[in-house]
Design a protein around this ligand. Structure first.
Ligand code: NAP
Ligand code: ZN
Length: 352
């Protein structure tokens, strides 16, 4: 069984540190990938710290990472889409049953037997799956994505999670020309949401708690920026939005945003704070408003998003770091101090 270098955390308060893990020999349907870049998603931080313990407890040691870009090194005999040397991507899922109604409809993310890239049961090796903070991974071809050749690899990695998680709801709820669209939280997901909403032709308003992100928001494609802690600024947008995407990782008052939706407006949660939120029914009924949620996107839609990014030259704004800086990056992520995604250069693992 091939060994891979990786970074793992031994417990909820332990730092990530160098380790060695096993990867399976590729089966006939598998693609073996040498990982070149892996983005750092706030979900990695939630999982490492077991912040979602009540819903999906973390099994330690954990190797996080689900924004993976790499080079194919080997393929099984039945693999059709990839050959050694190709650039390939892997996102949040590595398996599903592919027979249930959700899979058949292209919604692998809702399959009851979906396997996440990390912290899910590993049916090949036992234990749990290990993610992309590693120099290699072996994945069923169905869950491996093609990466348009014009995109930078470090900047394309975050598309595999932050990209599709924002693209999918914006497409579903129609963030198009003529629509007023809000994005709450200018982090990894939020900055991709701004790029997509702008590319789809919507009027984009960013809500941020960080005054120092204002200029960036405009550069990324926002038409307006609102400091969400300024009640007067918020008030100006009362009853005016068609759609708001909430990409905030921590506790916050969502009622303030329900007030900003117009008639039949919809707010969709993609951010996953660990605690339940309070919602006033009054804020929903006046205007027939909708509150919903969305999780990543199916494999077909992920490929569609990547192809869209290729066509429109969209990548994530990344700060490339060596794996040795991952704990520092987590500390900054926890403080909303990231512009706008960390992308780990996996060549740095060679030094371990
Ligand atoms: P991130 O880069 O850390 O961005 C989160 C942003 O939220 C921060 O940059 C900050 O933006 C804002 N924020 C943080 N704390 C806040 C607070 N107390 N009050 C108000 N705003 C606050 O995180 P991310 O990687 O984009 O992920 C965002 C969330 O989405 C996480 O909970 C993650 O687990 C979840 N997620 C969900 C899915 C899905 O499928 N639904 C997929 C991936 C990630 P400002 O500085 O602009 O205020
Ligand atoms: Zn993610």
């Amino acid at each position: 069984m091939p060994k891979a270098k990786a970074y793992s955390a031994a417990g909820a308060t332990s730092p990530l540190a160098s380790t060695t893990i096993s990867r399976r020999d590729p089966t006939e349907r598998d693609v073996q990938i040498e990982i070149l870049f892996c983005g750092i998603c706030h979900s990695d931080l939630h999982a490492v710290r077991n912040e979602w313990g009540g819903f999906m407890p973390t099994v330690y040691p954990i190797v996080p990472g689900h924004e993976i870009i790499g080079r194919v090194t080997k393929v099984g005999s039945a693999v059709k889409k990839f050959k050694p040397g190709d650039i390939a991507g892997v996102g949040c899922m590595v398996d599903s049953d592919q027979t249930c109604p959700q899979c058949k409809a292209g919604f692998e993310q809702f399959c009851p037997n979906m396997i996440l890239t990390y912290n899910s049961p590993d049916k090949h090796l036992g234990g749990v799956t290990y993610g992309g903070y590693s120099d290699g991974i072996v994945v069923d071809e169905h869950f491996v994505l093609r990466i348009p050749s014009n995109l930078s690899l470090a900047g394309a990695a975050p598309l595999l999670c932050a990209g599709v998680t924002t693209y999918s709801p914006m497409r579903h709820w129609g963030a198009t020309k003529g629509k007023k669209v809000g994005v709450v939280g200018l982090g990894g997901l939020g900055h991709m949401a701004v790029k997509f909403a702008h590319a789809f032709g919507a009027h984009v308003v960013v809500f941020t708690t960080s005054p120092n992100k204002k200029e960036d928001a405009l550069r990324l494609g926002a038409d307006e920026v609102v400091l969400s802690r300024d009640a007067n600024e918020m008030k100006k947008h009362t009853f005016s939005f068609d759609f708001i995407l909430d990409a905030v990782s921590a506790q916050h008052d969502i009622n303030a945003y329900l007030n900003l939706l117009g008639r039949d407006g919809a707010i969709t949660l993609v951010g996953l704070p660990s605690k339940p939120m309070e919602i006033s029914a009054f804020n929903l009924i006046m205007g027939r408003k909708s509150l919903s949620g969305s999780a990543i996107g199916g494999i077909g839609e992920t490929q569609e998003m990547l192809d869209f990014c290729g066509k429109h030259n969209i990548t994530s704004d990344v700060e490339v770091i060596p794996i040795q800086k991952v704990n520092e990056a987590y500390a900054r992520l926890a403080k909303s101090d990231v512009k706008y995604r960390f992308s780990i250069d996996m060549a740095s693992l060679k030094a371990e």
